[in-house]
Design a protein around this ligand. Structure first.
Ligand code: SF4
Ligand code: FES
Length: 251
């Protein structure tokens, strides 16, 4: 059943990367419990525009949990008070009438704030670029099943490949580590024969780039796994460590 919520929002506002930020308080009324969190922000922005004020900048694209753009820290949790979802999949039925909601951008040295709730996540793109290519023989069309892969390995690889690069793992980690993200990318390929060819170079380059870009080290707190909207397992971090160590020993 649809209910209406009257809410108080404390939203981080910051004009640009160099300006000092601050929390601004906004009242918003008659929000349907059936609307999404981002639709609620759309309503707030519509109100602000009608009042001649600057709307709140926030990132989003697919609004379906696919693109990883919607990076909000809500009431102290990456992607808000629900499990295994992105911010765009968060619904207002998770909140109560009269709630005060605090909304912040990802807080991490490697993800500087660009404006309000928008952060620069190019560091992830640079790590992916450092990972480089996968060799693919573009000759004749190979038969399906020509390269046997066990169901267990294929499933694990697909689970790792479901990482959407949102950055919640970095924002949640007290060290600002990107190990869950990097391990998911390395694992998804390392588990498949096609990905093994450049495996050693990939693991070394991605870890080197991650260190260069100022991400912190992993101390196995497991916070990243707990807040990852795609349920990426920290077992992939163990695989990344193995891949990296083997690559270094083979030098
Ligand atoms: S590992 Fe999870 S939290 Fe980290 S970037 Fe990928 S999907 Fe987001
Ligand atoms: S807007 Fe694409 S995952 Fe949320």
């Amino acid at each position: 059943m649809e209910n209406k919520l009257n809410l108080t929002l404390k939203v981080w506002r910051q004009a640009d990367a160099k300006s000092k930020g601050r929390f601004e308080t906004y009242k918003v009324n008659d929000i349907s419990t059936e609307s999404s969190f981002l639709e609620m922000l759309d309503i707030v922005n519509n109100n602000l525009i009608h009042e001649g004020k600057e709307p709140i900048a926030f990132d989003h694209d697919c609004r379906e949990g696919i693109c990883g753009m919607c990076s909000l820290y809500i009431d102290g949790r990456a992607h808000g008070p629900d499990d295994d979802i992105t911010t765009c999949q968060l619904h207002m039925r998770k909140f109560k009438n009269g709630d005060t909601i605090t909304i912040e951008p990802w807080r991490s040295a490697a993800f500087p704030v660009i404006k309000d709730l928008v952060v620069d996540r190019q560091a992830f793109d640079k790590i992916l670029q450092a990972g480089g290519f996968v060799t693919v023989n573009t000759g004749g069309i190979p038969d399906g099943n020509a390269i046997p892969i066990s169901k267990e390995k294929a499933d694990e690889s697909m689970d790792a490949a479901s990482c959407i690069g949102c950055g919640a793992c970095v924002a949640t980690c007290k060290n600002g580590s990107a190990m869950l993200f990097v391990s998911a990318r390395v694992s998804s390929l390392a588990l498949l024969p096609q990905g093994k060819i450049e495996g050693a170079r990939r693991a070394k380059s991605m870890v080197a780039k991650m260190d260069e870009l100022g991400f912190g080290g992993c101390t196995n707190t497991g916070a990243c796994e707990a807040e990852c909207p795609k349920g990426i397992s920290i077992s992939h971090i163990a695989r990344l460590n193995r891949e990296f160590l083997c690559a270094k020993l083979a030098e």
